[in-house]
Write a protein that binds this ligand. Sequence first.
Ligand SMILES: Cc1cc2nc3c(=O)[nH]c(=O)nc-3n(C[C@H](O)[C@H](O)[C@H](O)COP(=O)(O)O)c2cc1C
Length: 340
Amino acid sequence: MNNSLASFLGQPLIIGNRTIKNRLVLAPMTFLGHVAFRELVAQYGGYGLLYTEMCSARAIPNENRFVSPYFKWRDEEITRLVCQIFGGEPGIMARAARRVEAEGFFGVDINFGCANGSICRQNCGAAILKDPDLAVNIVSEVRQAVSIPLSVKFRTGWKDDPRYAVDLACSFEAAGADALIFHPRVAPDRRTRPPRWDYIALVKRAVGIPVFGNGDVFDRHDCRRIIKETGCDGVALGRMAIAKPWIFAEWSQNLKVSPEIYLEAALQLAGFLEKHYDATRAIRRFKRFAYYYAANFKFGHTLHSRLKNAADMLQIETILHQFFRTSPELVNRPNLNFFK
Ligand SMILES: Cc1cc2nc3c(=O)[nH]c(=O)nc-3n(C[C@H](O)[C@H](O)[C@H](O)COP(=O)(O)O)c2cc1C
């Protein structure tokens, strides 16, 4: 069974004018999918693409990758990295996409999924799904601006009606999108109710471009199920990839994982964060990671509350070493209290 999952995930997939070697991708996640985390994931391998955190389209043309905390990458990763942009104006989105293309990214992704209040108040992210004509205009202008693969990440919309998502998916395809990442939840739902995977199946059937299913894939069984039940072409992993940065290699290359990997990965991330960020940003990002990482352990809340109160990276390292001295018990499925 593990082999059948690995062989599905290991099949190449054509996205626009490029091909990826693997169908498991890292979903975009603000404060989590940063350059340091991606360096950790890259060390294990096994993924098809990595997505950046969402980047403001308005800011991108003037961003300096060596200063910006978000529009930041390592040269080695850029050919398998998709830059996610958010914004509410077609011209501004197109201009940002041009810079993304010029920098050499694999592709550009449009964020129509973020339901966060501060983004929606700017009429960006999922708020745009209230105005399908605007959403389609954005896709169309970005398409005309660049020739690199263009994906669109979106949610069901603001009403729990799959017809709306299916219509949007067809319009995005007609406007030139090369792939879709579909997270089948309505926009106000901050992951409290289960995602409607049956809606992914409807979207997949309605379009000819690849569809990545997304939402609540926590273990291999879920991954097999979402593929089988929806017919999706690939899977975008969010929170579970944060909890287990080696998960791409584990599922698609059958990497054998020993308990030592948990401590090693956390220490390595601390080191990569220190390399890429100043001390304040590094520790803030480590604490965000720690929330999902703690979900791996039976007594994860103890670990999390200690890490949350750490003053610096040295303390974080000490806490990690202490925690692992007692061989902490792992859980089979993550503690979902951490995953809200
Ligand atoms: C902390 C956090 C930050 C996120 N940031 C983004 C983002 O910047 N852009 C985006 O399209 N989705 C974002 N998402 C949504 C994820 O990409 C994904 O759709 C969601 O977590 C469901 O997938 P999962 O169940 O595998 O985590 C974020 C999710 C979380 C938990």
